[in-house]
Design a protein around this ligand. Structure first.
Ligand code: DX5
Ligand code: ZN
Length: 222
């Protein structure tokens, strides 16, 4: 499976998002990761639907929209995404996760399911046919710049094995949080194929985005 860099826009220059989007396109990011936070599901606030829609109009790169909001179903009609954009629901954010994933498929987006570090993989088991993208949080969601929850690495390998065993080898396995140059080779050898690149790699202040992306691609090879 082709390995993907999903560049986290919450770590970009928020006062120059258009410039950051151009620079990320030039640096070879595969997707733009848009974190949406409501101050309830997570104790922080970040991108809102109209801003995500504006990003979708601005770039030809696919968006990787990560909803960290209570009642995600209520937000879906406000999102104007394009076929092929990924739209990820946090499993813990709704009692009706199956319904929410079905609604995402109905929007012609790629349905994604995110699991918090404390959520066991078996919680996703009945939903395998309903998502094409499993995103394992390597940190508690809500903030950039946190340290990896160590047992998350083992969770990656178990998730990949379970998906393969059950006939879902084509389901992508993404990791979000502390994808540093040191952690990414371990994540990749555990079976991750998609890396949310934030302050731990792409946006480190001393490297430019292009050099950050080059180093990240090398790390992704394991
Ligand atoms: C965490 C966010 C990430 C974060 C990852 O809730 O979803 O996108 O920006 O970047 P790091 O951990 O490298 O700062
Ligand atoms: Zn995210």
């Amino acid at each position: 499976m082709k390995k993907m860099i999903s560049a986290s826009l919450m770590c970009a220059d928020l006062l120059d998002l258009r410039g950051s989007i151009r620079a990320l396109e030039d640096a070879g990011a595969d997707w733009l990761h848009c974190d949406v936070m409501d101050g309830h599901f997570v104790p922080n606030w970040m991108m809102f639907p109209d801003l995500v829609n504006a990003v979708a109009r601005e770039t030809r790169l696919p968006l990787d929209v990560h909803l960290m909001v209570e009642e995600p179903l209520a937000m879906l009609p406000r999102l104007k995404l394009r076929p092929g954009d990924i739209l990820t629901i946090s499993l813990e954010s709704t009692r009706h996760v199956h319904r929410a994933l079905a609604a995402v498929r109905g929007m012609c987006c790629v349905p994604g399911l995110a699991l918090n570090p404390g959520t066991p993989l078996c919680m996703a088991e009945e939903l395998y046919p309903d998502f094409d993208h499993l995103m394992l949080m390597m940190v508690n969601p809500g903030f950039a710049g946190q340290k990896l929850v160590p047992q998350s690495l083992d969770k990656i390998a178990r998730a990949r094995a379970l998906l393969n065993e059950r006939g879902f080898a084509a389901t992508r396995l993404a990791v979000d949080g502390n994808c540093s140059f040191d952690n990414v080779p371990l994540m990749a050898s555990a079976g991750a194929d998609t890396f949310v690149a934030g302050s731990s790699s792409l946006f480190t202040s001393d490297l430019g985005l292009k050099e950050g992306a080059r180093r990240l691609r090398r790390a992704m090879e394991g």
